[in-house]
Design a protein around this ligand. Sequence first.
Ligand code: DON
Length: 568
Amino acid sequence: MMLFQAGNTCRRCMMFLAVFLGSAGHFAVASEIRPAHAAIASAHPLATRAGLDMLARGGNAFDAAIAVSAVLAVVEPASSGIGGGGFYLLHLKHTGKNIFIDARETAPSAASRDMYLGPDGNPVAAGSTEGPRAAAIPGEPAALGFIAKKYGRLPLRVTLEPAIRIAQDGFPLYERLASAIRYKQVQLAKSPEAAAVFLDENLAPLTVGSLIRQPALARTLQMLATSGTGSFYRGAFANMLVSDIQRDGGIWSVEDLARYHVIEREPLTIHYRDATLVMAPPPSSGGMVLGDALNILSGYDFKALDHSTQQHLYIESLKRAFRDRAEYLGDPDFVHIPVTQLLSVDYAAGQRTSIRLDRTLPSNSLRPAVASEESPSTTHFSILDKEGNRVGATLSVNLSFGATYMAPGTGIFLNDTMDDFSIAAGVPNAFGLVGAEANAIASGKRALSSMTPTFVETPRGALIIGSPGGSTIISNVLLDILNWLDGKSAKEIVTTPRLHHQYLPDVITVEPNALDTQEREALERRGHVLKDSKYSWGNTQLITWDFSSGQIEAASDPRGFGLGLVVY
Ligand code: DON
């Protein structure tokens, strides 16, 4: 496996390395050129096709993003949906501006820092992952309405049509979703409305090829299309949602829903070698961890290093960046995050002083977290339209089928994004991530996320990228970016096996076939502990655009069921 090939010399890296915060991250290079073709990569062929259909009907990338999001809510209900949230990174061709739409779920006002701890002070099993009490106020409906109004050209009546039709008529069950249903069979069986859709009359999981019809979800989507997305947050639907949720043990209030709004934030921008990266800001940790890791790596002359040392440095950079994630990151509207300092070249230089080329430095002695089994939840899609507008969006309900609670009569699974908060200091969440005060639960706060939609641009081309995978999203995106910068094709990037480190637990998680014997031994000699994962992770959806040849590629991760298409 090639992790990443030799790049520029160290001097050159240092020359180009600069951090620009607070700028809108304008791309200088591509501003003059337009792509010859449009492209979409998403986690399901029906979603990719619905997006392309919007482009064919005169819509732009943002209309396509609405259609893709809505169809994914129907065909990938374990991964994202109307009951969840996400982040949209937009590039507006006519102004050159990059915009980050934070549609992250917010903690209900009745949420409190110890709400998932029992009388003994320990976390209550599944408290933050199952049932309506695990759900934060969804951002997805608001995001769809906001994007349509501010950036789209087509009405929701048009952009939501494919999703409504597919929810109504059904789609054939495919293996990735079937495996999520098997994985959550017991929980789905507890919700009669969910069981009616995903289980048979004996409460056994439906098998591949079965038709999945979701009439209640079709009605909810139809309501959003005809009455606007505000109908989710105010009025009869909202009142019904809140009263059912409260009856079933949840803590949402009518005011929580009415108060929800998406937030437009400035993306983070850094330069690495000759590339400009436009990245997700807090409450995503994606941009901070990516930026920190790349700043650390920029100090090395990769060309002069052997392959194993390159792998070692990739891991060491992640270890340090994830340590900072645990300590400093949370909702920027609640905690002060030293963004400029953490992304400064001086800070990275300081971090490099603790890195030895021949030895790993152990993470601290906190108890190791148990890594979670990969579940097919969360989704990413990438879009490029012929005008040059770009979208990278990562959407989620958190774990598979979110809280596995389907709000009665709505067809919607509520998220369990409350588990992304730090439930207690040092207590790992479902992804084994630990956190501190910065990510403690508070009323109205947004939980720290790893979702990392990212744009990269060099004088040679552009990349739109992202993936699901909880904490592994960030290492996945980092690896993919390094491979793209080193000249790999879109297809090679999505097929490359992955390595992950997140500071704690202090192990390298290894995808099947990611390391050969020599590479293993070389890492172990440096003191790394390897943990072989039985599962693969990630479901990258990316688009590459080569400016000089004009070639555009859309690639979908072979680990998933998705489809990348370029329209010629
Ligand atoms: O925002 C986050 O970091 C998580 N809720 C994402 C969950 C996820 O990617 C699950 N994927 N397998």
